[in-house]
Design a protein around this ligand. Structure first.
Ligand code: ZN
Length: 311
């Protein structure tokens, strides 16, 4: 009897081992992971991703006090959500900051990661403009306050559908003439940091939408002149300033590369150019690193970390 029993036990053990070998890859297939940079320079944009072989709902990522709603898209191995984040060099000091993903799968799940923001290299720039652009007249203050509120609301639009991608379309052909993050001194008076990039653009140059999206604000504003704000989802807002002509209406859908106006010299300028600001969840970032790269390339860059959060 015992002689029969032993092979049966051995066979049972073998079957168990085979079953384990077969189920281990299946368990890996169901994994959920996050990708994010373990370090990044202050002012630079970065991509984060939440991916899973299993469906999930209502993903968000919390960064620098803002909760960003993410889209869920079919991915190479199931489902993926991408976020584009960054920090404004004026407001954020180098250091370690939490990055918090949340999503629902039956219950609400949370994953907290850490991103180290390293100091960046930014120049000082001396500019000469009309005196009223440094110290506005009393009568212009209510107008400026109203426009600041409109701009703030547009810049903080949060929609779920992802319409941004990388690389963006270059808004004009012209070369970069003003870098993001430079400390600007207007007529000898320090006036904060340059929150976008400038492109050389003679008056009348067609300006293209860097990303697809919806026009959330147009206006002729005191400092930014004729301006167009485009929401591309997940807190990604493009602002195109100092135009001579606006070619779109508020509420209009635009495609990446679509003409939205013509360049000019309206507002606080030293001459005709295009100013492009990119706001990510309320943080003004440097858009320059995005030109000529892709989401996959950004995620593939060292020091991106990939972490399995659920087996
Ligand atoms: Zn500018």
């Amino acid at each position: 009897m015992k002689k029969v029993f032993r092979p049966t036990r051995a066979l049972f053990a073998l079957i168990s081992l085979l079953a384990l070998l077969l189920t281990t890859p299946a368990a890996t297939d169901a994994s959920t992971s996050v990708a994010f940079p373990s370090e990044c320079e202050v002012g630079k944009p970065f991509v984060v991703a939440l991916s899973s072989h299993e469906p999930f709902d209502s993903p968000t990522v919390k960064w620098l006090g803002r909760t960003v709603s993410l889209d869920v898209e079919p991915g190479r191995e199931g489902f993926v959500s991408y976020g584009l984040l960054g920090s404004f060099v004026r407001d954020v000091k180098p250091g370690e900051y939490p990055l918090e993903f949340e999503f629902s799968r039956g219950e609400r799940l949370r994953v907290t990661c850490q991103v180290v923001l390293k100091p960046g290299q930014y120049e000082e720039e001396q500019l000469t403009v009309e005196p009223k652009m440094v110290t506005p007249a009393k009568k212009d203050i209510p107008r400026i306050q109203k426009e600041t509120a409109l701009s703030y609301a547009a810049r903080n639009t949060m929609t779920v559908r992802r319409r941004w991608t990388s690389p963006p379309a270059r808004p004009v052909e012209g070369v970069f003439t003003g870098a993001y993050g430079s400390h600007r001194i207007f007529n000898g008076v320090p006036k904060g940091y340059h929150n976008g990039v400038d492109f050389r653009a003679p008056v009348g140059t067609p300006i293209l939408a860097p990303f697809a999206g919806t026009v959330v604000l147009v206006g002729d504003h005191y400092y930014s002149g004729k301006s167009v704000y485009i929401d591309s989802g997940n807190g990604v807002i493009s602002m195109l300033f100092h135009m001579s002509e606006i070619g779109v209406k508020q509420g209009q859908r635009v495609e990446k590369g679509q003409v939205v106006g013509k360049s000019g010299a309206t507002g606080r300028v030293t001459g005709p150019h295009l100013h492009y600001s990119l706001s990510l969840a309320g943080q003004y970032v440097d858009s320059a690193p995005l030109f000529g790269t892709s989401i996959t390339a950004m995620l593939g860059q060292a020091p991106t970390r990939h972490e399995v959060v659920l087996p």
